[in-house]
Ligand binder design. Sequence first.
Ligand code: 5GP
Ligand code: ZN
Length: 141
Amino acid sequence: MSDCIFCKIVNGEIPAAKVYEDENVLAFLDISQVTKGHTLIIPKVHQENMYELTPSVAEKVFAVVPKVANAIRKQFSPVGLNMLSNTGEAAGQSVFHLHLHLLPRYGHEDDFGLKWSTNIDKYTQQEMQEMAQGIANNIEN
Ligand code: 5GP
Ligand code: ZN
């Protein structure tokens, strides 16, 4: 896609600090470095986000995750690591070429945060089963 910044990185039109590359996948440092070693893993093919990601491309992209995660771990010895992919503007997606963020963690005082409330009392078992069934009904093969 000609106006996509990540396609431009794939095509070598703009520079990036690359950490991994193969025929289908590229990993490079996120320019914002939310935490030290913050890395993006992308497919070389332009697919917008998790909704558009095809299973065959997903397989290739996710196969790279443990390679890069362990390389970050060896290099920086973080105490943990978060992986996330923002899907849609409301979820914080700003570049519409699928990417997985790998965010090494350095303790509670580092610069990454995620609100994670528990609503365990909000739904009955029955409602949980109905909710699951509703999603299951929409799974396409
Ligand atoms: P999103 O907000 O879509 O989940 O993540 C997009 C990420 O791409 C942001 O964290 C942002 O810092 C990063 N980014 C945007 N433009 C560039 C760029 O030109 N080079 C690199 N390396 N990262 C970029
Ligand atoms: Zn693209």
